[in-house]
Write a protein that binds this ligand. Sequence first.
Ligand SMILES: Nc1nc2c(ncn2[C@@H]2O[C@H](COP(=O)(O)O[C@H]3[C@@H](O)[C@H](n4cnc5c(=O)[nH]c(N)nc54)O[C@@H]3COP(=O)(O)O)[C@@H](O)[C@H]2O)c(=O)[nH]1
Length: 531
Amino acid sequence: MVNQNTPNFKAHLLTGKRLIPVLMAIISIIATVLLTQLVSTMLRFENQTGISAHILSQAERVASELDTAQQVASNSPYPECTVDDINLLRRLTLEYELVQDIGRVWQGKIICTAGWGILKHATVLPDTGYYSHIEGRTFYRHVADMLPVKKTNNLIVKGNTVIFTSPVNIKMQYMSDLMLDWHLVTRNGAYVFDTFSTPSQSDSHNWLSLFTQRSQQRICSKQFDLCVETTTQNNALTALPSGVLLVLVVLGAGAGYLAGFALMVWAGRINSIDARLKKAVFYHLLHLEYQPQYRLSDESVVGAEVLVRWKDDVYGNVSPEFFIKLAERLGIYRQITRFVIEQSLMDMSGLMAEHPDFTLSINVGKHDITDATFLPYLNAMADNSGCLRQQIKMEITEKTDVNYKIIAESARELQQLGYLVSLDDFGTGVANIHWLTEITFDEIKLDKYFVRGLGDDFKKTMLDALLSIIVPLNKTIVFEGIETREEKEIVLSAYATAIGQGWYYSRAVPVNEFIKIYHNARKECQESAGE
Ligand SMILES: Nc1nc2c(ncn2[C@@H]2O[C@H](COP(=O)(O)O[C@H]3[C@@H](O)[C@H](n4cnc5c(=O)[nH]c(N)nc54)O[C@@H]3COP(=O)(O)O)[C@@H](O)[C@H]2O)c(=O)[nH]1
């Protein structure tokens, strides 16, 4: 039987465990959303890099075309604004798609162009132009009314040449579906050639904006005084179609729930009582307690019964009655007996060496007495401990589920080797008077059943009858389970040389406490003997 708390604990454990898959599902949904966000951010970043490069290459193509046209015009062999010179400029406007018009500049004024010939009134260039020290050009943005026709142009002036271009030179193409702002600027950022911004970029002010990431990039041309700056904001939660998002959430929740369920099963396995007992036995997490045995006549402690204990972190205090059977079923029982023998001899060897009449009772079961390696092991341990073999008493319970002939043989062998043998739990199991004649024991332990309720006349009569059979056998008789003073007095009056153990005297206690009990009892005996 597991400690009474164990079933409650298990129920509590199960309720707690049921939450694991739900918690895992929630964590998984969050992880899925974050992962989607991460992947989407990475893809968008890659896309942004591609677009930046595309814008820059277009800008370089524009710059290169205008540069070539300007160079050809500058190298004109004709005097400025002559018919030949203007014809040359006209050829250039036909040849270079981006050149809308091209003209000559003299003393800060446009004096002739390919489109308008010699201007009647030379047009003064605005004083707001930006001069690039890298390229030696002056740029004018969105300049209106420089020519007889009303039109807005960008102007580029170098030396004696002015080129008129359209304000929009970079093709927008697929950019409208991207949440991307870009600016085409000079390296120092002082002059903006072209710019584009997505109107909806700054619109998401709801809770989803928490998941919004901003990415800025800047790349510059190696040839020209040109840089592209792009800015994008990514929010996969709003960017993804709601159907796709729903599928992701459902998949994430499902995967999390399954993982949680698997974790629960795994945790259940490693926390099963079988697994925990195996671990406790393997790592020697069991411990021992000793219950003193008293000579009832003078209340001196004559021996101790060692009892194995298991206090588990999950299941609490588990009764040996339960875990000994479990250990037998799991095939690890032998390790427990060996642990008990080794540890108890170590704990008690000092006291036993000092008091050669002190006996240590050790419980053995069917797996011990049927194990061929048991006796050699016991001998080695006993001899190694320095204790006398006749101080070691092996308790064989009557409940042992093996043929009495095997028990008789074991008892005989143990006695021949010098150990004492005790018949435990007498009167409760399969043993009967027949056992007493066939098997030789040194001690008979009467089960607590006979002590319980000894105030009752019938029980007392039963005990007297039993004693009339076993007393003549001349064995030590131990009464188990003495819980009250009355029980002790009745036992003592029934059998004056009785040995007793029970909660009236002491429960099983750790070794240090036992040694104190032993010495106190001894002192009291000596004192009362001296009086
Ligand atoms: N093979 C092994 N069996 C072992 C070992 N250690 C213990 N056991 C057996 O487990 C059974 C239960 O033992 P436990 O719960 O330790 O109970 C023992 C005592 O605590 C209990 N006891 C002692 N005094 C009283 C009392 O006054 N009242 C009361 N109700 N119970 C009392 O009795 C148990 C000891 O019994 P016994 O062994 O028959 O002397 C039990 O069968 C143990 O034998 C082990 O290492 N190996």
